[in-house]
Design a protein. Structure first.
Length: 431
């Protein structure tokens, strides 16, 4: 067991060290504040405090993990053998920065508690993030730091044991609009038709008539094609369906439509089905609870997983609401239009609520890419070049490579054959 001596054991420190050592590295660890116990320990050990005791493995601590609440922090990014890092620790420290404080800063989404101007749908903007501003958004830095720390520890303690986890790949299909034209009802179909005509979208008018006259399939209705594709690969796949009342931001098919209900039940026979929450439910717990209940009743299974509309995570309110409505896992931690790691990691982690200084019982599964981030690329080769780099890093640290696709883009008119691209990415990254 790795023993860590520190001057004070706090919730923040325990949370961060367990994530790094136990969840990422598979290293058994413990804490002590007693110098005698630390000196007696014959196994691997390190000090995390302001000063070393002797000449042991030492990381000089920043104040962050011993504080409470939010403070205005200076974050100056420097270099650790090619990796960006921050919270410099000085010359005496074996590692040149406080890896625990830096990891906590990213995992807790500390910067999202600080004052910032939200985007048009109320999200924390990617350009406000330290990772984006310092060009390391595409690096799972918390995991990379952890493995580099392990390497340094094994140099000092060759007998240090760690249990490696396996790389995992997950494909998510996000369904906020199951059909472009079908199942819409007469009033909404006529409204859509008039809107298309008013905007001179004659191709859409033709497509709408063709679908309504059953001359062709709705372009977004690709669910069983996807199910068949998923059968070819031994990967974890999940469908998140919106199951909500119609609103300005939520325009899916009515939850009372029997064909829509049958579709969801049919997909649930082949894949995990969970809830893509509505925009309204992001600030109304009663609506969220009702959506969860209704979808669970439909598929006769408890709904434990959530994806937030527009990936609209507002800390800590979003996760408090999910906990109170008895969700166990969230798959919204990422940016819709940028590839990379919003929380600096590709390993699932529990949410730490800074306002209450408590680890909440909801596991966050960070995604690396939402398909809307790929729309700007003109060729498959450009997509591969960008995504291959991210994949290699996730594979290197035995992380979770989670990609989010929408049935809308898979069925829409894009520069690339989106369905073909989707299949090629599954084939490329599932092992």
């Amino acid at each position: 067991m790795l023993l860590i001596f520190t001057h004070k054991i706090t919730n923040r420190l325990t949370y961060t060290a367990k994530q790094i050592f136990e969840k990422i590295l598979g290293v058994e660890m413990g804490f002590t504040t007693k110098v005698e116990e630390f000196i007696k320990h014959n196994g691997p050990k390190m000090t995390y405090s302001k000063q070393p005791l002797q000449n042991e493995f030492f990381i000089r601590s920043n104040d962050l993990l011993f504080e409470q609440g939010i403070n205005d922090l200076e974050v100056k990014v420097s270099d650790w053998d090619g990796l960006p890092c921050f919270f410099s620790a000085g010359d005496k420290s074996t590692v040149p920065f406080d890896v625990f404080s830096a990891s906590f800063f990213l995992l807790s989404r500390y910067e999202e508690y600080l004052p910032h101007v939200k985007d048009s749908v109320g999200r924390f903007p990617v350009k406000e993030s330290i990772a984006y501003q310092n060009d390391f958004l595409e690096l799972p830095v918390v995991d990379l730091w952890a493995y580099k720390l392990l390497e340094a520890l094994k140099d000092r303690f060759p007998d240090l044991e760690n249990k490696e986890k396996d790389y995992r790949f997950t494909s998510i299909i996000n369904v906020t609009t199951s059909h472009a034209y079908a199942m819409r009802g007469i009033a909404r179909s006529i409204g859509g038709l008039l809107l298309d005509l008013g905007n001179f979208r004659f191709r859409d008018v033709l497509d709408r008539f063709s679908v309504m006259m059953r001359l062709k399939k709705d372009p977004y209705d690709n669910f069983f094609e996807l199910v068949d594709i998923h059968k070819e690969f031994p990967i974890k796949t999940m469908f998140f369906f919106q199951f909500a009342k119609h609103s300005a931001h939520d325009k899916n098919v009515s939850t009372n439509n029997n064909k829509f209900r049958y579709l969801i039940k049919s997909v649930a026979d082949y894949s995990i089905v969970s809830l893509s929450t509505s925009f309204i439910s992001s600030y109304d717990k009663n609506v969220l609870r009702e959506e969860k209940k209704q979808l669970g009743n439909l598929i006769n299974r408890p709904i434990s997983y959530a994806r937030l509309r527009y990936n609209k995570v507002n800390v800590p309110a979003t996760y408090r609401n999910l906990v109170e409505t008895e969700f166990t896992d969230d798959f919204s931690m990422g940016y819709t239009h940028e590839i990379g790691f919003r929380a600096g990691t590709c390993t699932p982690f529990y949410f730490y609520d800074i306002n209450t200084e408590v680890r909440q019982p909801i596991k966050i599964h960070p995604f690396a890419m939402h398909d809307y981030a790929l729309v700007k690329y003109k060729s498959k080769e450009e997509v591969y070049e960008k995504m291959d780099k991210v994949y290699r890093l996730v594979k290197q640290v035995k992380g979770d490579f989670i990609l989010v696709f929408s049935n809308e883009l898979l069925g829409g008119k894009q520069q690339l054959d989106w369905m073909e691209l989707y299949q090629s990415l599954l084939k490329r990254y599932y092992v």
